[in-house]
Design a protein around this ligand. Structure first.
Ligand SMILES: [Zn+2]
Length: 442
């Protein structure tokens, strides 16, 4: 992974290789600033002495995991042909795992506990209509997705000289597909429009043959009202058919072909007319994220899911959230994508409630008023050098504090219990995220 570099005043410089970072640290020209993501601070450099190249953050927002890629994009214009070639040089890859499910579960649990407590009241009419949700309100589990993603965009902006953001916004680019100028050739696979059309039709026709309902067979794009009889190339005139049905139908109109099956005919005609909008499922969360990203002041460009998949398949890149993020937007070549991915897991900063409840909603135990014990807090990364007793050795990991001052440490080799705070030293404060580094892809 590339190492983030800051200047002596903490302003971001270009990220460097691990080897270069090691040399700078050995020569004592740099200090460690942050362990994850690994960041050094060069003590003898100022941002004004350095050449910065523009970096781009690319985002593939997902419901459970968001892929984040930091790339250096370069555009080369071929002077002879005038074609533009956009190359993305991958610098770092991240996968941010959200905890929407956990948030929604704990809110449900809280609501049920409160309801049970009030259960012995008789029905009482609401006193006032004070439950109006503000405009643009999103459920807490969805709002959390936007908050954590923008928090990481902010954080990367502080660590690297970011100049642009690219986000995957919609699943299908409807404008491209509705363009009546597109000729039949372009509906072939292998072109972008063909790709998006195909993906869209697969979604719309539920991945089965419109005429016989066959599943998991190769499907062909088919004109409902045949081209030979003046049918258009518009997306509303396209359906998917298996090879036998397509052959059998030939240049017949759908009404002729399905004369013996009026029910299916009616269903197909209704499905073909169905608005494009409900199949694209405009995603409120992605739009809200887009608005938040625009607020950073950086130029935000968007791409469609069809384009992402088209790029990824064409460049023969395996499917992971982070590599999907690399493939978002306009792109011709990708370099150095075989990199380890830093997995970031949103863990939260512990519970706000200070009373634990049992399964019946009765108090089970009380947590300390203050989350911090002897200067440590659950979630901090610590290193414990134990000099005597059964647990002698060096243990490094995430600490869970207890009021007694005897802590548990979650190391990569397992949980070590009952380590005194006297042996512990903080190496990184808890920031609401857990980190692990995935392996390099083959
Ligand atoms: Zn069929």
């Amino acid at each position: 992974m590339a190492v983030f570099v800051l200047d002596k005043r903490g302003k971001p410089l270009m990220p460097c290789s691990e080897k270069r970072a090691r040399k700078l640290l050995e020569a004592r020209r740099a200090r460690i600033h942050l362990l994850t993501p690994f960041t050094i601070r060069v003590v003898d450099r100022n941002v004004s002495d350095c050449v910065l190249q523009p970096l781009t953050i690319k985002l593939d927002p997902g419901s459970k995991t968001t892929g984040i890629a930091l790339v250096r994009e370069s555009t080369i214009v071929d002077t002879e042909t005038g074609t533009i070639n956009i190359t993305a040089n991958v610098i770092n890859l991240f996968e941010l795992t959200h905890r929407g499910q956990q948030i929604s579960e704990s809110l449900t649990a809280r609501r049920q506990m409160r309801r049970r407590r009030r259960g012995n009241l008789r029905y009482r009419a609401p006193r006032f209509l004070n439950r109006v949700k503000p405009k643009g309100w999103l459920a807490p589990s969805l709002q959390h997705r936007i908050d954590t993603t923008t928090a990481w965009v902010d954080r990367l902006q502080r660590l690297a000289p970011v100049t642009a953001i690219v986000q995957e916004l919609v699943r299908f680019d409807m404008q491209k597909m509705e363009n009546p100028e597109i000729s039949g050739v372009e509906y072939q696979q292998g072109t972008l429009v063909g790709y998006e059309t195909r993906e869209y039709l697969l979604e719309k026709w539920k991945r089965e043959c419109a005429y016989c309902g066959a599943k998991e067979v190769p499907l062909q794009i088919e004109h409902i009202h045949p081209k030979a009889k003046g049918g258009s190339n518009r997306i509303s005139n396209l359906a998917l058919a298996c090879n036998p049905c397509n052959q059998k139908k030939g240049t017949q109109d759908v009404k002729e072909f399905l004369a013996g099956d009026p029910q299916r005919l009616e269903r197909i005609l209704a499905q073909a007319k169905r608005s494009l909008r409900d199949a694209t499922a405009v995603n409120a969360t992605r739009w809200a994220l887009w608005n938040m990203l625009k607020a950073t002041g950086l130029p935000v460009t968007t791409g469609s899911g069809g384009l992402t998949k088209f790029n990824r398949t064409r460049l023969e890149i395996p499917k992971t959230h982070a590599l999907d993020a690399v493939c978002v937007g306009e792109l011709d070549t990708v370099k150095n994508w075989r990199k380890p991915i830093l997995a970031i897991k949103a863990t939260g900063r512990g519970s706000y409630q200070r009373t634990r409840l049992n399964a019946y909603g009765f108090p089970r135990g009380y947590l300390t008023r203050s989350k911090r014990i002897k200067g440590f807090q659950t979630g901090d990364m610590v290193i414990a050098t134990v000099t005597k007793g059964k647990k002698t050795g060096i243990h490094q990991g995430r600490v869970a504090v207890r009021a007694t001052g005897s802590f548990n440490i979650q190391t990569i080799n397992g949980l070590i219990q009952g380590i005194s705070h006297k042996y512990c030293r903080i190496i990184q404060r808890g920031d609401g995220y857990g980190y692990s580094c995935g392996h390099k892809l083959a």
